[in-house]
Design a protein around this ligand. Structure first.
Ligand SMILES: [Zn+2]
Length: 106
């Protein structure tokens, strides 16, 4: 088992876990129950949840998917685009310029 990443957000890790699962990669989340370890003082605990890859053989594939995942999230496909015809700014889900109807350029 190898640790892929950690995050203060359990929700974030669950999303990533689901993303990897779709690709057939089994993960497990540690520190899920924050502060719940008996006998360990609260201040000594890591407050971040950790995402671990169960099968070592999947680790490199998981790293690549993780990078891809981050890339997708930082560059949403719905980013605004600028019309080549009139220079107007259009929302990412528009396929043609709302102002002059010119089709979106690739
Ligand atoms: Zn236009």
């Amino acid at each position: 088992m190898r640790k892929l990443t950690e995050s203060p957000s359990l929700v974030e890790l669950n999303l990533l876990s689901g993303y990897l699962k779709k690709e057939g990669i089994k993960t497990t989340i540690l520190n899920e129950h924050q502060g719940g370890t008996p006998g360990v003082p609260h201040w000594a605990l890591s407050v971040w949840a950790e995402l671990w890859i169960v099968n070592d053989g999947h680790f490199h594939a998981a790293q690549r998917l993780f990078e891809q995942y981050q890339h997708e999230r930082t560059q949403p496909p719905s980013a605004d685009w600028q019309c080549a015809g009139c220079g107007e700014s259009n929302p990412g889900n528009f396929e043609a310029c709302w102002r002059c109807a010119q089709a979106r350029a690739e």
